[in-house]
Design a protein around this ligand. Structure first.
Ligand code: PHE
Length: 476
């Protein structure tokens, strides 16, 4: 059958030169590294606690499976097909149109998220030092420790600078030697640490209150706000809506199976978020913070989790060792996510502006640091930056505001645009052909994907966005 199209297309030499993941496992770990981060451990448990616990969990799973995964597949497909950063990808897929602006929005959003994300990641670094130096004794008040820490401008700025430096060091190494190599080591370590901490957390006195809230669904708590929160969290956690997955997809080999890769990444991300809830909610309950209380805020996890460490056996060493290891793990999870954000902006400068990689990484890192300063100082160190506006009686600091605008709203909007572009303008036919390379049996699934991406996802996301325009306070 001479005219049968080969299903596995070889990668072109230019693509190899630009950078390609060394193996499928390498890609899955790097993409899972991007997805799994502060979003899972810092943001997910708080979102679940504020939005009805188990009911949130059920809606979250539905959002990941029916909306997150199709969008992720769309991003990876576009990235591999065009072998470009988000701006270049839209330019190449839809030449002579203005759709590249969607990519430009993505790069901008990536920049903005990286700025405040690095601040929180910097806190994890500070907490590594605090835990190692036994700050969290049984009679220390972790809430006060946290306030003291974020209230000190030099401590937060030093931590931020060190974290940014680490990101720069990894991304300068490039795709295989930098990002892939580190993700392979860091991700498995994270899982082991998490499991050990869950065992302690669920055996804490009083943990059952937190556990039952998390695991027994009460569907009377469901409303539009829960849906808004779950969908926004799914996009953030899966690194969607701003082109991180377009960029990571652009380094994929034509031999790789995009569907199984996306599914692995999505499932790993969801599982870690679920496990993080198991670790955090019992600790919240034990600290006397009733789950469901309208009390979110960036610092919740930092102000509460150290209580677990002082309850560990073999004090004080047990607390010191586990506390240090935990925040180290959190920092590493944040690092593998932050490098994907940094890589998006870097890839844009390298592909489109032809900058050398080193220069691009250094400049982007430096500018991000400056952009991060208001977020860093806006958590207590500088008064007016810590209360920039009030939403539903809640005082928002600069960092919270950035998270709402860029981490929640912009990613939801960006995901809508990606569905529309791939589903309607670039065309499902081309997208399907791209997935077929490396996955000859995709035809069976292609119709379901097409339905989800063209109809279900855009309609569901648009409804959420309209609801948010009518009631902006829903974005908590
Ligand atoms: N997914 C990352 C996390 O959960 C955050 C992130 C968002 C990374 C968007 C890249 C792009 O922490």
């Amino acid at each position: 059958m001479a005219d049968e199209k080969p299903l596995v297309v070889e990668d072109k030499p230019e693509a190899r030169k630009r950078g390609i993941w060394g193996s499928k496992a390498g890609f899955v770990l790097a993409a899972a590294g991007s997805a799994i981060g502060l979003g899972n451990i810092w943001r997910f448990p708080t979102e679940a606690a504020n939005n009805g616990g188990a009911a949130f969990l059920v809606i979250y799973v539905a959002c990941v499976v029916f909306i997150g995964l199709p969008v992720m597949l769309a991003e990876l497909t576009m990235g591999r097909h065009t072998r470009r950063n988000p701006v270049g990808a839209f330019k190449k897929a839809l030449p002579k149109s203005y759709w590249w602006l969607v990519g430009a929005l993505g790069v901008t959003v990536g920049f903005a998220i990286l700025s405040y994300y690095s601040v929180v990641a910097g806190w994890t670094l500070g907490y590594v030092v605090k835990s190692a130096t036994h700050t969290f004794t049984p009679d220390a008040d972790p809430g006060q420790v946290f306030d003291g820490f974020v209230g000190s401008w030099w401590q937060t700025l030093i931590c931020l600078a060190v974290f940014m430096g680490l990101c720069i060091a990894v991304v300068i190494g490039g795709v295989q030697a930098g990002i892939e190599r580190w993700s392979k080591i860091l991700m498995p370590t994270l899982l082991v640490m998490l499991v050990l901490l869950i065992i302690r957390s669920v055996t804490l006195p009083g943990s059952s209150v937190g556990l039952s809230f998390y695991l027994e669904p009460d569907f009377s708590k469901l409303n539009m706000k829960v849906l808004v929160a779950a969908l926004g969290q799914a996009f953030f956690s899966m690194s969607l809506g701003m082109g991180a997955m377009i960029t990571y997809g652009s380094y994929l080999s034509k031999r790789d199976n995009l569907v199984t890769s996306a599914t692995w990444v999505g499932m790993a991300d969801m599982s870690i978020a679920f496990l993080a809830g198991l670790m955090v909610l019992p600790a919240l309950a034990m600290a006397g913070i009733t789950p469901g209380l309208e009390e979110g805020g960036a610092g919740l996890i930092f102000a509460v989790l150290p209580t677990i460490f002082s309850e560990l056996p073999w004090q004080p060493m047990g607390g010191i060792v586990f506390g240090t290891a935990f925040f180290l793990m959190l920092m590493l999870a944040a690092l593998t996510s932050a490098i994907s954000l940094l890589e998006v902006v870097t890839a844009w400068l390298v592909d489109e502006r032809k900058w050398p990689r080193k220069k691009a990484v250094a400049v982007v890192g430096g500018v991000t640091f400056l952009l991060a300063v208001p977020s860093a100082l806006g958590c207590g160190a500088v008064g007016w930056l810590s209360h920039v506006c009030t939403l539903q009686d809640q005082q928002l600091g600069f960092l919270d505001l950035m998270d709402k605008i860029f981490g929640k709203l912009a990613l939801t909007f960006g995901s809508l645009l990606i569905c529309l572009v791939v589903g309607w303008f670039w065309g499902m036919g081309k997208a399907r052909d791209e997935v077929l390379s490396g996955n000859p049996r995709f035809n069976k699934l292609a119709r379901a994907w097409s339905f989800l991406l063209r109809y279900l996802c855009p309609v569901a996301i648009a409804i959420i966005l309209v609801f948010l325009i009518i009631d902006p306070s829903a974005i908590r």
